[in-house]
Write a protein that binds this ligand. Structure first.
Ligand SMILES: Cc1cc2nc3c(=O)[nH]c(=O)nc-3n(C[C@H](O)[C@H](O)[C@H](O)COP(=O)(O)OP(=O)(O)OC[C@H]3O[C@@H](n4cnc5c(N)ncnc54)[C@H](O)[C@@H]3O)c2cc1C
Length: 454
């Protein structure tokens, strides 16, 4: 009998699960209230990286003399930027819709909720209601920005990450509240678009969860670009006073700027989802899952940000794909096919770019684990010189006994692309010799990986 699979939430997790399950023979319905592609396409990964790419083009052109060109002084055209973002997002939405339709997935534009563990109700965006019986269900409703009670975003001067693509105007002076991955990306984005930026850093360093050497490189770059870092301060209020924004901190410091943006994490979209009616356990709004992404109700899966695992689009997509396979009886008892979240590569799209995967040096040190660490700067790379950008380094972590690559960090141009090579090694337990003996193209930045492996 054909499996009836209903997906609530059409972000990366939902789209991947729906597509793979349909390809494997299931009868699939996906319910999405906003845009197929999810928050990832509408507000998070895509528009943020598109804005960062525009800022990158601006700073690259600003350094045109370094490439042997006459120095130019480019400026931003905000309506052009707006068009560019709409164009990219529209194209991606169309592609996702086409992909789902090509697999005969039924797309329902509406809001879904569980009536019980086998029944899903969809309220269409036109107000009509439809009920679906399901053999398997995926909850992939994602998350939204966390807004504390001391802050009231107005979408004009007090912004959440969702108001920034692009904002009504490029801020003259922006205060960024939050110094994790999202916060530092916004610092970089607006500093390269010409804003003066102040970053409120609650600890003594940005990116407290990253390798300190990596965080140091980024801080150095921020300071060189004139970013004002307020360390050891927590915001306690953000208020609009006429056309200014006043941010107060717990240590008495006060920052006045033209705009402020809040980047202090996300909360799951799980209220009104009917979790209790279906007997699905939840903790702080997240749905705990096992290694197969099953909730406590085995035929109800959860994935993406809602699952409380790594909040990355790449992870959400992989979970979706694995869920489709598991649900249809593939690879159920093959533990090596389960996702190993500790091997997920991640990147921070700042300048320099930062990327890492697997075990970090600091982590190995904290656990008393013996590792071999090799660090090679890009300053010796011919390609980095050709690019007129020799900032950063490659750090490779391996097992001193076996040579197996355990992890790595890269700081520098194209780090987010280059880390994939180390991720492949980590995922497949390749050794430094395997890496060092691979014939890479010359001249490329990836040759620095070989040097680190030698
Ligand atoms: C500013 C920012 C930048 C980011 N950049 C990156 C990046 O560069 N790379 C990366 O890997 N990750 C990035 N992330 C994280 C990434 O966006 C998320 O991890 C990813 O979007 C999670 O995907 P998801 O499938 O859980 O759902 P989401 O993308 O959150 O989508 C969930 C969908 O469910 C829908 N929905 C919710 N409730 C219902 C309901 N009841 N009925 C119907 N539909 C519903 C929503 O409308 C939404 O479309 C970023 C996050 C932020 C905040």
């Amino acid at each position: 009998m054909t499996t009836r699979f209903v997906v609530i939430g059409g972000g990366p997790a939902g789209v991947a699960a729906a597509t793979y399950a349909a390809r494997l023979g299931a009868q699939v319905t996906i319910i999405e209230r906003d845009v197929i592609g999810g928050a990832a396409h509408l507000w998070d990964c895509i528009p943020s990286k598109a804005m960062i790419a525009t800022g990158g083009a601006l700073s690259f052109l600003g350094r045109s003399a370094g490439m042997g060109l006459q120095q130019v002084d480019p400026t931003i055209d905000i309506s052009n930027l707006d068009e560019r973002l709409k164009h990219i997002m529209g194209d991606l939405e169309d592609k996702n819709n086409e992909l789902l339709m090509s697999q005969n997935v039924r797309i329902v534009a509406g809001t879904g909720r569980l009536l019980d563990d086998k029944t899903v109700e969809a309220t269409h965006n036109d107000g009509t209601v439809e009920v679906f019986e399901a053999d398997k269900i995926l909850l992939s409703t994602g998350s939204r920005p966390r807004i504390p009670e001391w802050c009231h975003p107005d979408g004009e001067r007090i912004l959440t990450t969702r108001d920034a693509y692009p904002p009504p105007e490029i801020p003259e002076h922006l205060t960024v509240v939050g110094s994790g991955v999202t916060g530092v990306e916004f610092v970089h984005m607006f500093a390269s678009l010409g804003s003066d930026v102040t970053l409120i850093v609650s600890r003594q360093h940005v990116l407290p969860d990253k390798d300190p050497e990596v965080a140091y490189e980024l801080e150095k770059n921020f300071i060189d670009r004139g970013v004002n870092l307020l360390k050891g301060a927590r915001s306690t209020s953000i208020e609009r006073v006429d056309d200014r924004v006043v941010v107060k901190c717990n240590d008495g410091r006060v920052v006045e700027s033209s705009h402020a943006i809040l980047a202090i994490g996300s909360i799951p979209n799980s209220e009104n989802l009917g979790l209790d009616a279906a007997g699905v356990e939840h903790e702080w709004g997240f749905i705990p899952i096992d290694h197969n992404a099953q909730s406590n109700v085995p035929h109800i899966y959860a994935a993406g940000d809602l699952s409380g695992k790594l909040p990355l689009s790449s992870v959400a997509t992989m979970q979706g794909r694995k869920i489709a396979e598991h649900m249809l009886g593939m690879h159920a008892d093959r533990p090596h096919r389960h996702i190993n979240y500790s091997k997920a590569a991640s990147a921070i799209f700042t300048e320099p770019e930062i990327a890492d995967v697997g075990v970090s040096e600091a982590e190995a040190f904290a656990h008393g684990r013996k590792v071999r660490v090799t660090k090679v700067p890009f300053s010796a790379s011919a390609k980095a010189m050709i690019n007129d950008d020799v900032r950063g380094f490659v750090k490779l972590i391996s097992d001193p006994a076996t040579g197996v690559v355990l992890g790595g960090s890269i700081v520098g141009r194209h780090a987010a692309e280059l880390i994939s090579v180390i991720a492949l090694c980590v995922q497949n337990q390749l050794t430094v010799t395997d890496l060092a003996e691979t014939l890479f193209v010359h001249p490329t930045l990836s040759e620095t990986l070989i040097e680190a492996a030698e």
